[in-house]
Design a binder for this molecule. Structure first.
Ligand code: NAD
Ligand code: ZN
Length: 233
């Protein structure tokens, strides 16, 4: 596979962190850690019940201390370090496991748990403690810090850089994502349009599986190291 490939774009989702012990988004019961996603992942939810939404993300942020990158994160970091061509890892995850594994060419398109966003002036600041509603912003002094998470209906980060990477890719790989959340779910269609090879690695067939040339089913900790071995020859 590797001979004709120069530029790689990798999209990851909650499934790559599942074997590290972080729950995916929609479990069998349609909940994320006991909450409906509309309760914690929308602008309306944070306006209506800021205490609940802040507490939910405080718990997710605290949980990061109990988990570690797995073999799939490690393999992608090794690929990033060794790959001479262009490479970009775009993650929908808000955990920090890709960077803890050592990935450098990385974009968090849906924000990060360890960052706070000022809803008043728009600055972001690194944040590792809990974040109660009403916490003042160090830049504008307004009590407007919120989790730096892209909620449904909000614009993901770095869409221009991501679009450029997809259009430039010879190989597009999607790992551990249900293919249900746009715009990420549409990247594969752009990749195909520009003639990239498209490969999905997931535990189960996803909503977007039909768009991929090839789907490999299994746990990320097996499929991703296998793929990276092939790519690095
Ligand atoms: P999702 O929960 O909708 O889908 C997860 C996918 O991963 C499913 O298709 C499932 O079959 C697959 N999967 C589960 N275990 C796997 C494994 N061991 N190996 C390979 N695949 C596995 O997640 P999504 O598509 O990423 O979309 C959800 C949104 O939820 C994202 O925007 C993200 O911001 C947020 N989220 C993030 C985290 C995190 O940061 N770890 C966790 C949950 C949700
Ligand atoms: Zn501010």
């Amino acid at each position: 596979m590797a001979q004709d490939i120069q530029n790689i774009m990798i999209l990851t989702g909650a499934g790559i962190s599942a074997e590290s012990g972080l729950a995916t988004f929609r479990g069998p019961d349609g909940l994320w850690e006991g909450h409906r996603v509309e309760e914690v992942c929308t602008p309306e939810a944070i306006a209506r019940n800021p205490a609940l939404v802040h507490r939910f993300y405080d718990e997710r942020r605290a949980k990061l201390a109990e988990v570690a990158p797995n073999a799939a994160h490690d393999a992608l970091a090794a690929l990033d370090a060794a790959w001479d061509g262009d490479l970009l890892i775009v993650t929908q995850n808000v955990d920090d496991l890709h960077e803890r594994a050592g990935a450098r060419r990385l974009i968090h398109m849906h924000g990060q748990l360890q960052s706070a966003l000022c809803a008043a002036c728009g600055v972001t600041v690194p944040w590792t403690a809990s974040l109660p509603p009403g916490t003042p912003c160090a830049t504008c002094a307004r009590p407007a810090l919120r989790p730096d998470i892209v909620f449904f209906g909000e614009m993901p980060y770095a869409m221009d850089a991501i679009d450029e990477a997809v259009r430039n890719a010879d190989l597009f790989v999607s790992i551990g994502t249900s293919g249900a959340v746009y715009p990420a779910a549409g990247f594969v269609q752009t990749a195909r349009h520009v003639g990239a090879r498209t490969l999905e690695l997931n535990l189960d067939p996803s909503a977007g599986s039909i768009w991929f040339e090839e789907t490999r089913l299994g746990p990320a900790t097996q499929l991703v190291p296998d793929l990276v071995r092939t790519l690095l020859g």
